[in-house]
Write a protein that binds this ligand. Structure first.
Ligand code: B12
Length: 450
């Protein structure tokens, strides 16, 4: 068969005022442009797990939800879904099936809404795809009746056995970053999180040697590739993390990852990260102070327990030459309209090299969604296209939806304007220079343009 792997690219947001601001604000547009062209790692894994004897091709659907014409030449098309683009994905699937192409859908969204997806796809997969995918391919080959596959029925995916994703299928499209996973999942359980936890597996680390193997495979195709680790929380295990950094260092690669604030407690790890090419860590701070974070992390109240140390911890990380992208969620139940000024002051106080602000978003399948739905606070139920992290689709506890929208606009304008961006970045370099002067380490020159 000819099998197509169709990824949806681009960034989604509907709020017109925010979009208008986004178009003119450098800090915001910069990050969107950088990440908007990441390839779909999930589909590249599926391609690597496809039984021999098939012709494989990777496609990208455009941000306007249109699919390339060539995809209609396939016998089977695998589509990966997030909530925000799932209606576009369903529309593409409908068009493909109308023209006789079989469609398989998987990913974070359909893993929690398989029945909804079954109205648009021949085969729907719940969970991690690697082990079940060969069964889906066989079902398509035999033109079996549409059905829902549960990944667990093929046995759990063992992250010690993952193949090299088929990066070669990406051809010479101009991706500015490539993704690799060092781990899957996160030991914490934040009530809003709609990431790997949706796929039903625990937190697992990959063998460091396999991660290095995957990066080398990318470097063989793109010698200067920048790597984005598509992890939920990379440095949970500090000793494994140090091993990872030691083995990354000789590759001469620059990378970005997501982790939690606890990296700040281990200066040796921070030194190793910097020397191994870490350019930025993205950390979900969620709120600048403890109050609104009470109970957000459901296992051990991790976020509320650590928030008191945020300022110090963030300064420590940045003083090691690793920039932080601090992420805040606006509209948590403990947030009043004062939160917007609080986030602005906090970001300047640290100062944070990069900042990401999003509105609280009730993704399907999350404890947050269950709670807001139960309390009748979801404004437009099942409008998954509003799950963009930028569109307000719930009634906040201590302000109106309109106050949240306006606050988001107010903060966007101030956080990402030229003056504030310059101030935050200058502050980072001052902090780093100070430390490097006292400990005699030279800041790598290329970080100046990170
Ligand atoms: C890389 C990334 C992107 C890339 C995606 C590139 C692409 N074309 O796929 C880009 C930058 C484009 C992106 C965009 C967006 N993203 Co994003 N992104 C991520 C990130 C960092 C990593 C995802 C990843 O690579 N995972 C690793 C792979 C291996 O896992 P996977 O994709 O889930 O695939 C496995 C299974 O799901 C399954 N599977 C997947 N697809 C299929 C298909 C078939 C047929 C089968 C059988 C199985 C299968 O098998 C795979 C292997 O096990 C995650 C956060 C994180 N830490 O995970 C957020 C994340 C996925 N993004 C998120 C969001 C909200 C967005 C945006 C809406 C943001 C915005 N406002 O625009 C847009 C979505 C627009 C769009 N284009 O779809 C949310 C999604 C939540 C949800 N449940 O929908 C996440 C979880 C982050 C978060 N804050 O919550 N993102």
């Amino acid at each position: 068969m000819k099998i197509g792997f169709l990824a949806m690219s681009g960034i989604r947001a509907h709020d017109p005022e925010l979009l208008a601001l986004g178009l003119t604000l450098p800090g915001f547009v910069e990050r969107s442009k950088t990440i908007a062209s990441l390839p779909s790692l999930g589909l590249l894994y599926l391609a690597a797990c496809t039984p021999d004897g098939h012709e494989l091709q990777y496609f990208e659907a455009e941000s306007d939800g249109t699919e390339p014409a060539d995809v209609y030449a396939c016998d089977l098309v695998a589509i990966s879904t997030f909530s925000a683009q799932v209606f576009e994905a369903y529309a593409i699937a409908d068009r493909l099936r109308y023209r006789g192409v079989r469609v398989a859908m998987g990913g974070l969204h359909v893993s929690v809404e398989p029945a909804e997806a079954a109205a648009h796809a021949d085969y729907v997969v719940v969970g991690e795809g690697e082990r079940i995918w060969p069964e889906v391919v066989r079902a398509a080959e035999r033109c079996e009746l549409p059905r829902i596959f549960h990944a667990g029925s093929a046995g759990p995916v063992d992250v010690h056995q993952l193949p090299v994703p088929r990066f070669d299928l990406l051809g010479d499209r101009p991706y500015n970053r490539f993704t690799v996973q060092t781990s899957r999942g996160c030991p914490w359980r934040c009530d809003f999180c709609a990431s790997t936890v949706m796929l039903g597996q625990r937190y697992r680390k990959r063998p460091v040697a396999d991660v290095i193997r995957d990066i080398r495979a990318i470097q063989a195709l793109h010698p200067h590739a920048f790597i984005e680790f598509a992890d939920d929380n990379t440095f949970v295990d500090k000793s494994w993390g140090k091993d990872l950094c030691r083995q990354l260092a000789p590759l001469n690669v620059k990378w970005f990852t997501e982790t939690d604030i606890s990296v700040a407690d281990d200066p040796d790890l921070l030194n190793l990260m910097r020397d191994a090419g870490c350019r930025q860590v993205l950390i979900g701070l969620e709120s600048p102070a403890q109050g609104a974070l009470q109970g957000i992390e459901l296992h051990a109240n991790f976020k509320a327990r650590t928030a008191g140390r945020y300022l110090d911890a963030l300064r420590r990380i940045q003083s090691h030459g690793v920039t932080v992208n601090g992420c805040f969620i606006l509209g948590l139940d403990g947030h009043t309209p004062e939160i917007f000024e609080d986030v602005l002051s906090f970001a300047r106080d640290v100062p944070l090299y990069d900042v990401q602000i999003t509105v609280l978003t009730a993704f399907p399948g999350t404890p947050l969604h269950e709670r807001l739905a139960r309390e009748g606070r979801v404004l437009a139920p099942r409008r998954w296209d509003l799950c963009t992290l930028f569109d307000v689709n719930y009634r906040p506890a201590l302000m109106s939806p309109q106050e949240l929208r306006q606050g988001m606009h107010w903060l966007t304008e101030r956080l990402y304007d030229d003056e504030c961006t310059r101030f935050r970045r200058k502050g980072f370099f001052a902090l780093t220079k100070e430390r490097f002067k006292t400990c005699g380490v030279r800041l790598q020159p290329d970080l100046r343009s990170a």
